[in-house]
Design a protein around this ligand. Structure first.
Ligand SMILES: [Zn+2]
Ligand SMILES: [Zn+2]
Length: 666
C-alpha cells in the first residue's frame, strides 16, 4: 500500500493541499482520501485514487491517510487496480457470508482474478449450487450494512495470536511465509477479519452488482498432497447491464466448450481406460485433422520445407547430449529398457532432426535446410492440469527445424513469421499478440549457453519482428532453457488469448551435437537452428478451433459437408444418385435415408452443424434439381446440382470462413 511506496515526512505540516483538475482543497492532517472524494464531489464510481506528489506516483485506497501535498486522479472500474480492489472486497464479503452461515469454515485464499474473484474454503459442508443463492442473500445483507473496510498493520506475533485464536491454520501458514521485512496487514469489515495485503474499497456498500458463478475443488496451494478445498467463484461489476453482458459471454464460452462439442459432434474422446491426457480421434475429428494436415504439408512444400518422419523413441544418451535429460526430465516419461539399453519417449523432435542433418556433410550452398514433421511427442503433465484436448500428455506437433547460416537467420525468421501469419489468417485468427520471450538476466543458471550466444539470438528475433512491423512485448524470464523465442498468442472469437505459434533461435543444440557446414573457404562452420511450430499441436489447435467456430466448421474443414435428404421413399433413388455425384465431385456427402420426416432430418443436420443440406422431393426429382439449405442462412432455394457443385467448390478452394451463398440467393 501507499505508505510502503511513499514514506511520510516526520512531524509534518498541520494541513495538506490536494489538487484535482485545477481545483484545490486544503485538508487537515489526519484526513483521508474519502474526505477528498466528498470535497471534490466524486461519486461512488470512484474506487481508488492515483496520487502524485514529490515522492512519486502511487495508487492508493480511499481510506488511506493523506500525508503529502499532492495531486490526485480518481480511479474507477476501468482501472485494473481499482477493479481488482472492488472484486477483492467482494471476495471478502463472500467469505464473511460463508463464515456467518457456516461458522466452522476455515479460510484459504480469496483473490481477485481476471473477470471476477474466488474464495477457497475448508468446510465439512459440501457446497451445492443451491447454496449459492443463500450465500448471495447473506452477501446482500453485508452490503446493506455498509461495513467500513479497515486496514491494520500489526506485528507478526500479534497476527499469529489473532489467527490462532480464530483457528485459521491456512492463514497461519501464509503468515509464516510473509518476508520478515514486509509489514503484516489485516483487513476488518464488521466481525470479519482477513490476513490480506489489500487494496480494498472503503466499505462493503461499494459492491453494487455481484454474482456467484460456480463451485470447484481446489487443492490448498495447488498441491495434490494437501487438503482439497472448495472454491466458490464469483464476479462483481458496477451495474447490472455490464454483469449481464458478462454472464452472456460466459454462456457463449460454455456453449463453445470443446469437450462438450467434441462429444456432441462425435469428434474425439479421452478414454480413461487408456490413460489420462491421451486423445482418441473419432472418424469425424480425424477428417478435420487430415484436411488440416494435408493443407499444412502442401503449404510447407511450397515454402521449401522437406517433410520427414522420425522415430518415437531414442536412446537416453541422445537426450543427455541435447540437454533434455538434465533440463526437461520432469516432463519426460521414464526410460524403457530394451536389450539393456535405456530409451526415452520423445518429448520433442529436435534431436532427431539434428541427427538427420548430421547424416551427411553439408555445404554452405545447401543451407537453409528446413525439416518439417508432424511429430508425435509425449510429455508428462500433472493430472490436475489436463484439460480436454488443450492440455494433454500425447500430442502431435507441427514441428520444423531450419538449419541456416548465421547470415541467413533473420531472413529465415521473417519467412517463418510470414508462414505463421498466413496460417493464422486462414483459420480466421486475425488478432494476435507477439511476445519476445527472453532470458532473465538475473537468473542465468536456469539457461544453457553463453551470454553472447543469447544476445545474438535475442537480437535476431527482435530484428525479425521489427522487419515484419509486428508490435510485440518483451517477456523477461519466459525463454526456454535453450534459447529465446517469439511466442504468439491468438485472440479467439470470444476475445480469449490462446497460446499459438512459437519460434526459437538456437545456437546451443548445434554446439552440443557438434553439427557443421563447409563454408566457401573450405572451413567448417556452425549452423544456427530455428525451432518453430505454427499451429502448436494438432490437439490444442483443433480443440481451440472447435471453440473458435463453436463446432460449426467452415465448409473446407467440415467432417460432413453436405447431407442429402429425400422427402419420401419415392425420391430415395434420386437422393442416392445426387449423393454419389457429390462424392464423385470430391465432396464429403452422405444421404439420410431414414424414415424420419424431413423436418426432423433437417433438425438433426442442424445439430450436427453440417454446412449444406440438400432436400429432394418429387418436384426436384421431376426437374432434376435440388433444394438447398444452409445451417445458418436457412433456405437458399432450388438450383441445379451443377450450380451448387461449382459454388461449393469455390468455397472450399477459397477456404472461406463463411458461406459464399447469400440470403439473396433465395
Ligand atoms: Zn484479501
Ligand atoms: Zn525443436
Amino acid at each position: 500500500m501507499g505508505e510502503r511506496v511513499l514514506p511520510a515526512p516526520g512531524d509534518g505540516p498541520k494541513e495538506f493541499e490536494v489538487r484535482w483538475e485545477g481545483k484545490s482543497l486544503s485538508v487537515p492532517a489526519g484526513s483521508t482520501f474519502l474526505d477528498v472524494k466528498d470535497g471534490f464531489g466524486w461519486d461512488d464510481g470512484v474506487l481508488m485514487v492515483q496520487v502524485d506528489c514529490e515522492m512519486g506516483r502511487s495508487s492508493m485506497e480511499l481510506m488511506e491517510e493523506i500525508k503529502w501535498n499532492c495531486s490526485v486522479t480518481p480511479l474507477g472500474f476501468e482501472s485494473e487496480e481499482a477493479r481488482e480492489a472492488l472484486r477483492h472486497t467482494a471476495s471478502h464479503i463472500l467469505a464473511q457470508a460463508v463464515k456467518r452461515l457456516f461458522p466452522k469454515t476455515r479460510l484459504g485464499i480469496g483473490p481477485a482474478i481476471e473477470d471476477g474473484f474466488y474464495y477457497d474454503f475448508d468446510t465439512e459442508h459440501g457446497f451445492v449450487s443451491d447454496d449459492l443463492a443463500v450465500i448471495e442473500a447473506e452477501m446482500a445483507r453485508i452490503i446493506k450494512e455498509n461495513l467500513p473496510v479497515c486496514r491494520e498493520v500489526m506485528s507478526r506475533e500479534e497476527a499469529r495470536a489473532l489467527f490462532e485464536q480464530m483457528q485459521e491454520p491456512f492463514k497461519l501458514e501464509i503468515l509464516e511465509e510473509i518476508p520478515e521485512d514486509e509489514p503484516v496487514s489485516i483487513y476488518r469489515q464488521g466481525e470479519f477479519v482477513d490476513l490480506c495485503a489489500g487494496p480494498h474499497v472503503p466499505s462493503t456498500g461499494y459492491v453494487k452488482t455481484y454474482k456467484l458463478l460456480s463451485i470447484a475443488g481446489a487443492y490448498w496451494r495447488g498441491d495434490e498432497n494437501r487438503t482439497m478445498l472448495q472454491r466458490i467463484y464469483g464476479t462483481a461489476f458496477m451495474n447490472q447491464q455490464d454483469l449481464e453482458a458478462h454472464l452472456a459471454r460466459l454462456e457463449d464460452i460454455k456453449r463453445r466448450d470443446h469437450r462438450k462439442l467434441g462429444k456432441d459432434l462425435d469428434l474425439f474422446s479421452i478414454e480413461e481406460e487408456a490413460g489420462p491426457g491421451l486423445v482418441f480421434w473419432h472418424p469425424k475429428g480425424a477428417v478435420i485433422r487430415e484436411v488440416i494436415e494435408d493443407f499444412w504439408k502442401k503449404e510447407h512444400r511450397k515454402r521449401g520445407y522437406d517433410l520427414v518422419y522420425t522415430p518415437h523413441i531414442a536412446k537416453l544418451d541422445i537426450w543427455k547430449t541435447s540437454g533434455h535429460w538434465d533440463w526437461y526430465k520432469e516432463n519426460m516419461y521414464s526410460p524403457i529398457i530394451v536389450d539393456e539399453v535405456q530409451y526415452l519417449l520423445k518429448p520433442m523432435n529436435c534431436p532427431f532432426h539434428i541427427l538427420l542433418y548430421k547424416n551427411s556433410t553439408r555445404s554452405y550452398r545447401d543451407l537453409p535446410i528446413k525439416y518439417a514433421e508432424l511429430g508425435t511427442v509425449y510429455r508428462y503433465e500433472r493430472s490436475g492440469v489436463l484439460h480436454g484436448m488443450l492440455r494433454v500428455r500425447g500430442m502431435t506437433q507441427d514441428d520444423a527445424h531450419l538449419f541456416c547460416r548465421p547470415d541467413q537467420l533473420e531472413e529465415q525468421l521473417i519467412g517463418v513469421l510470414d508462414l505463421t501469419e498466413f496460417m493464422l489468417k486462414t483459420f480466421g485468427y486475425n488478432d494476435y499478440e507477439c511476445m519476445l520471450s527472453v532470458r532473465d538476466p538475473n537468473n542465468k543458471a536456469k539457461y544453457i549457453g553463453t551470454d553472447d550466444v543469447w544476445e545474438q539470438a535475442e537480437s535476431a528475433l527482435e530484428n525479425a519482428l521489427k522487419a515484419k512491423n509486428l508490435r510485440y512485448k518483451v517477456d523477461i524470464g519466459e525463454a526456454k532453457f535453450y534459447g529465446p523465442a517469439i511466442d504468439i498468442k491468438t485472440r479467439d472469437a470470444v476475445g480469449r488469448l490462446w497460446q499459438g505459434p512459437t519460434i526459437q533461435a538456437d545456437f546451443n543444440l548445434p554446439e552440443r551435437f557438434d553439427i557443421a557446414y563447409i563454408g566457401e573457404d573450405g572451413r567448417s562452420y556452425r549452423p544456427v537452428v530455428i525451432h518453430r511450430t505454427v499451429l502448436g499441436t494438432m490437439e490444442r489447435f483443433i480443440g481451440g478451433l472447435i471453440e473458435q467456430y463453436a463446432g460449426a466448421f467452415p465448409l473446407w474443414l467440415a467432417p460432413v459437408q453436405v447431407r442429402v435428404m429425400p422427402i419420401s421413399d419415392k425420391q430415395m433413388d434420386y437422393a442416392h444418385e445426387i449423393t454419389l455425384r457429390l462424392k464423385d465431385a470430391g465432396l464429403r456427402a452422405e444421404c439420410d435415408s431414414g424414415q424420419d420426416k424431413v423436418g426432423y432430418k433437417i433438425r438433426r443436420a442442424q445439430l450436427e452443424k453440417i454446412p449444406y443440406m440438400i432436400v429432394v422431393g418429387q418436384k426436384e426429382k421431376d426437374d432434376g434439381s435440388i433444394s438447398l439449405r444452409h445451417r445458418s442462412l436457412g433456405v437458399l432455394g432450388m438450383m441445379s446440382l451443377d450450380e451448387f457443385l461449382k459454388r461449393a467448390n469455390e468455397e472450399i478452394d477459397a477456404k472461406a470462413l463463411e458461406s459464399l451463398f447469400t440470403c439473396s440467393d433465395r
